[in-house]
Design a protein around this ligand. Structure first.
Ligand code: GAF
Length: 386
């Protein structure tokens, strides 16, 4: 548990503390925060043991909690963004097909480890947009996990906690995700990105360029990874690996000619080239060669759109507009099928970027895009609020 809550987070917590007081009559006793994640490069590589370069995002899921005072043996959840819910204690929960499944999964997995979670009132909220390709689900899982650990004193090593949350997502949300989101939300550090090696499950801190601003632009198209496209891509990658007899991480581009199915070949082509782009991107940042890093972002988007087919017209429009507005680099980020674009923009191009993106997006009939300038934030944590 960290010692004190930063002032910007205190401000974000304030409305949740108020809801807890108004609706449950209690003062907050514990609080937890988890960032979103933005992946700078390396998407759809994590479930074939590849590489990715995420960072924590200074947009958060927040929870405040107090012991339940009405004698009821359950967790009452109030949400500032979604409906209210009740979680039963002392037995496995079942998925309900809604946002509470992330909480049900995490609670069940701690209880299966023998962790005794007391009856609580919780308020869940924050400023991380939901379903925008910024890992709102992993952020919610890790926020709740950090809170449970702070309340019960049962602290897991960070990697184990991340893997527990990944398992909750598999079992309760039905999304066969890799480790990218849960690791990023857990291990994130201020001002740095993380080179994630998904085979070793290891992380190397990568310094972010100081002279670049990072924008997240929400396409407004809401993805639901449980809808099937994600699982289908994962199955296609697994099929490619089965035919080749090895992980795509260990596959050279020339070997891909052994894949006779054109779709499977394109999917594999994306993964193999994307792993290479992550390495080249990190090398370019290391040399201060931001122009090359930016071109790799554009190439990554092209590959995700053309070969992996997880982009959409709105995201393609945003990336084209970013290039025309002089952004250093831009790409969709995360699982795709909607969600957000991440862009590297020079300080002196920020205004032009905002204006051009907005104009192009509106002219295409997609409405006003939401543009956020973000920075790298630290991972999930919890505090005693009193
Ligand atoms: C989603 C998944 F949850 C991640 O595991 C990862 O595969 C990502 O899509 C694509 O890189 O966020």
């Amino acid at each position: 548990m960290s010692k004190s809550v930063s002032t910007p987070l205190k401000v974000l917590f304030a409305p949740l503390v108020k809801v807890l007081k108004q609706r449950c009559g209690s003062d907050a006793v514990w609080a937890a925060a988890a960032p979103g994640r933005v992946n700078l490069i390396g998407d759809h590589t994590d479930y074939s043991q590849g590489f990715a370069l995420p960072m924590g995002l200074n947009l958060y899921t927040l929870i405040v909690a107090s012991p339940r005072r009405d004698g009821s043996d359950a967790i009452r959840i109030l949400s500032t963004q979604e409906g209210d819910a009740i979680l039963r204690l002392g037995c496995d929960e079942s998925p309900m097909g809604d946002w509470t499944d992330y909480l049900r999964g995490v609670l069940t997995l701690y209880q299966r480890r023998g962790v005794q979670v007391p009856a609580l009132d919780l308020v869940v909220g924050g400023n991380l947009p939901l379903g925008a390709g910024l890992s709102s689900s992993a952020s919610l899982e890790l926020c709740f996990a950090a809170l449970i650990e702070a309340i019960t004193g049962h602290e897991l090593p960070v990697k184990e906690r991340a893997l527990l949350c990944q398992q909750a997502e598999h079992e309760f949300a039905g999304v066969p995700c890799g480790i990218l989101d849960q690791f990023a939300v857990s291990f994130a550090k201020e001002n740095t990105a993380m080179l994630l090696d998904c085979r070793e499950q290891s992380i190397e801190s990568i310094e972010l360029p100081s002279h670049v601003r990072i924008a997240i632009v929400d396409s407004g198209v809401r993805h639901a990874l449980a809808d099937g496209g994600y699982a289908e891509r994962r199955a296609q990658v697994e099929e490619a690996q089965e035919v080749l007899g090895k992980s795509l991480r260990d596959t050279h581009p020339e070997t891909l000619s052994l894949l006779s199915d054109a779709t499977i070949k394109k999917r594999a082509q994306h993964v193999v080239t994307e792993n290479n782009r992550v390495q080249l991107f990190v090398a370019a940042l290391g040399k201060g060669d931001i122009a090359t890093a930016g071109e790799l972002m554009y190439a990554s988007h092209e590959s995700l759109s053309r070969d992996f087919a997880v982009s959409c017209l709105e995201l393609d429009t945003l990336v084209d507009a970013a290039r025309d507005a002089g952004a250093i680099g831009a790409r969709m980020t995360g699982g795709g099928f909607g969600g957000s674009m991440v862009a590297f923009v020079a300080h002196d191009k920020a205004k032009v970027f905002e204006m051009s993106i907005t104009e192009r997006f509106k002219a295409a009939g997609y409405g006003e895009p939401v543009i956020r300038w973000i920075s790298a934030a630290s991972g999930a944590q919890a505090w005693n609020w009193t």
